[in-house]
Write a protein that binds this ligand. Sequence first.
Ligand code: GLC
Length: 510
Amino acid sequence: MFENKVIYQIYPKSFKDTTNNGYGDIQGIIKQLDYIKDLGVDYIWLSPCVKSPQKDNGYDISDYYSIDSLFGSNEDYEQLILEAKKRDMKIMLDLVLNHTSDEHTWFAKATNGDPKYYDYYIWADEPNELESAFGGSAWTYHEKVGKYYLHLFDKGQPDLNWANPEVRQEIFDMVNFWIAKGVEGFRLDVIHLIGKEPDKLIKGHGPKFSEYLKELNENTFKDNLLTVGECWGTSLKQQYKMCHDKGLTQAFHFNHFLLNAERGRGKWHTKELDLVDLCECFNTWQNEYTGIEALVMNNHDSPRLISRWLDDQKYRKESAKLLITLFGLMHGNLYIYQGEEIGMTNAHWHDIKKYNDVETFNNYEILKSEGYSEEETMAKIAFTSRDNARTPMQWDDTAHAGFSSTEPWLDVNDNYVHINVLKDLSDDNGVYKYYQKVLKFRKEHYDKLKQATSYSSEGQVLKMQNDFFTLLANFSAQNQPLEEINGEIIFNNYSKVPTHLLPYQVIVFS
Ligand code: GLC
C-alpha cells in the first residue's frame, strides 16, 4: 500500500515567501503545488512549521498545535491539505517527539516547580559523559531547578521523558489532532532516540524503543498512514525491527551519506567517496533489506550530494541527472528535497558570518579549539554545513532568486542567475524534465526495479544490473571505456551514445 511513492520535502523557511518578510510560508507552498505535482509527486513532507523560537529552525517546538505566524495560520495549513488533495497529493507532517523547545510551556512549568511537568523531562544531579549531537555535553545545569537536564541536541531542546506514560499520552493526542485535520503521513524526527536510557549511556535503539513505537502506532496511525523514521546509521537488523511488527512504514538509514566521513572522526572530517563502499551500501539495502527502503539523495541536514560526490560546476546538469537516474531506478519510496529537481548546489561559503545553523556555529568553535586554523575550519564548514542545502529556492533570476522581494533569512546561492526554475523549465534538456521522465518510468515499471540488482564498480564507473536493464555511471571528469551497447537505450544524460563513457555520463540500456 505504501510502496513506490514519491515524496517531496519542503523546507518551509526557504521555499517561497509571499508575505515578503524574508521567510517562506504556507501560501507560498500552495502557490507552487502544480509545479510539485507535475514532477510526479504523491506526498509533500513539510519540515516543522508549528510554533518555535527557531533556534534549530523549527525542530525546537514550543507549541505542537499551532502553525507559527512566521509561516501562516492553522487555516492556511488546512487549505494546503485541501489544495494538495485536489491534486491527488497528501501532506506529511514532521513530528519532533524526542524533545521540545526550552520555551515550551511544559518546560516552563517543569522549571517553575510543577512536579507533573518536571517529570516530562530528564534530570540528573551530575552530568555523565553523554554528548550532544551538536557538540559538547548533553547536559546543561538549570539554576532554578538546581539540576542538569538532558538535551541530545542544542541546550534549547530539552529531551522528553518517554518513560512517563503521561508524556506518551500527550504525544498521541497531538498526533491525532493532526490526523483529524487530514494529515496523511508522518516523518518522525530522530525517533530512535525516544527509548534512551541516559544512566546507562544508551541513546539510540534503547530497550524500550520498539514498545514505545508500537504504542504510538496503535494509538495514532494504526498502520494506515505512511510513516518514515529518521535514524542515522542504522543497521539492517535495527531497521527491520523498527519497521515490522507495528512500527513504522520505513526509516531513513543514511548510511550512504556517511561515506564521506572519516570513520570514527565524525562528519566534519571528510574523505573522498569510494565507489566500492557505495556499491556495498546499495547491495545491502537494495538486496538484503526486506522492507521498503526510504531512498534519499538530499535533505535539510546534509550538504547536497551533487556537490559532495560529483561536479556541481562544469558538469552540473549531467551530475544531477546521474544521481536522479541511479536513485530513481531503485525500489522503495523516493524522497526528493526541494531544489534537487533543478540541480541546485551547495553554497560553499567560506565566511562564518554567512551561516545561520546552530550546529555549524557549535562546531566552528569546537574545530577552532582543536587547533584548526580559520581557513581549515571554514573549508570543513563549507563542505559539510547543513546550511549548504538550506539556501532559498531559486525560482528565477530576479533579485533574491524570486524567493522573496526582501533580504531572505539566509542568503540565496549566488549561482541563482543561471540555476533557477524558470530557466530549467524552459530548457528541453533541463533537470526537471529529465526527472519527470525517470519518475514516470519508475511508476510504470516498478515491478522490474524490484528484481535482484547487483551494484559493482570498476575504477570510477558504477554498474547497476538486473535482468531488465544495465546502468553505467561515470563518477569522474575523464572519459571511461565503454563496451558496445546492443540493447535499447532507456536513459542517457547526453544526447549521443558515444564510444566512451563521457564525464559524469549515465546510460541505461535494456
Ligand atoms: C533531526 C532534524 C534536524 C534537527 C535534529 C534535532 O535530525 O532533521 O534538522 O536539527 O533532528 O531535532
